[in-house]
Design a protein around this ligand. Structure first.
Ligand code: DON
Length: 309
């Protein structure tokens, strides 16, 4: 057995035993039905090999991890113009915080907090019907993962659409500053649906492999983004990917990462591999409890932290 195969199986077994599993998100009612007993891990290395453990093939709601894909897509459409509408500094605030927006005149701190992600999605929507914009996002993710079966969980999207009052407040507030171009309900509709894309750890790690490989798909050699853009997306993941838990994630795991309230975490080991973990129970910052612990164990065993062994 390859070393990595051994390690992911080991970590999955360790995680299955742990009694502390965090708390499943309930503010999106549909997510409250997910069984907290699950754990999955997948690694796709730069030679294209895939290593999996636990529930690596179970699809889950990727939620905020979708923001990595929409940021990549929007940068492809707008280039650096995107940064006129959204900053790239860590917020030190929760993912759904309202307070900073007033001080900063409707310009969200970064593309990974909810306000910033809604602004990015609004940019993708401009000039399109919501259905087209969503189709564009879904096609991009399917293309990256090389898997046409990836789909949106309509129940999760509808559940968030019914209860997403906080996001509606953020979007309306940004709209008052002209930061949102399209009708607020349309921008939110696309955003809720992108968050409701369901993917497994295997699909997610595969989709993000370009970030570990200077912007290229390691299998085909084809470029998704240039090396500079891949490096910069990784930088934003490191500094902003876990909201007010980003410092702790860098301290413990030492890799660029993006979490979602569905319990997934995507982590990138630049030059080595793309990693996805999933366990639905969250910590107090809304990031997967066991997902973080598993990634910490992994990077420690492999010496993969970008900060040194
Ligand atoms: O907008 C929301 O609240 C959710 N659709 C996504 C939030 C999320 O995943 C935060 N990440 N940990």
């Amino acid at each position: 057995m390859h070393d990595l195969d051994h390690i992911v199986k080991d970590i999955a077994a360790e995680m299955a035993e742990r009694p502390d599993r965090g708390t499943v998100a309930t503010y999106i009612p549909e997510l409250a039905n997910v069984d907290a007993g699950q754990f999955g891990i997948a690694i796709v290395d730069n030679d294209g090999r895939v290593f999996t453990g636990g529930d690596a093939d179970t699809p889950f709601s990727i939620q905020s991890i979708s923001k990595v894909f929409t940021l990549t897509l929007a940068l492809g459409m707008a280039g650096d113009r995107l940064w006129r509408r959204v900053g790239r500094e860590p917020s030190g605030s929760p993912f759904n915080s309202v307070v900073q927006l007033e001080f900063e005149k409707g310009i969200p701190r970064n593309p990974f907090i909810n306000a910033g992600a809604i602004a990015v999605t609004d940019l993708i929507l401009s000039g399109h019907q919501p259905r087209e914009a969503l189709g564009e996002i879904l096609r991009f993710v399917r293309f990256l993962a090389d898997d046409p079966s990836i789909a949106i969980d309509e129940k999760v999207a509808a559940s968030e659409q019914r209860t997403g009052f906080r996001n509606a407040a953020l979007a309306n507030y940004m709209k008052s500053f002209g930061v949102i171009e399209n009708p607020v309900d349309l921008a939110l509709g696309v955003y809720f649906h992108q968050c409701a894309i369901a993917m497994s750890c295997r699909q997610l790690a595969t989709a993000a492999r370009f970030l570990a490989h200077n912007g290229r798909n390691p299998k085909t050699g084809l470029s998704v983004v240039n090396a500079e853009r891949a490096r910069r997306i990784n930088a934003i993941m490191l500094t902003c990917g876990h909201y007010d838990g980003s410092g702790e994630f860098a301290y413990r795991v030492g890799l660029p990462g993006k979490s979602g309230v569905g319990g997934g975490i995507l982590a990138i080991a630049p030059g080595r591999a793309s990693i996805a973990v999933w366990s639905p129970g969250l910590d107090q910052n809304g990031n997967s409890h066991l997902g973080r612990i598993a990634l910490e164990a992994l990077t420690k065993r492999l010496g993969w932290s970008i900060f040194g062994a």
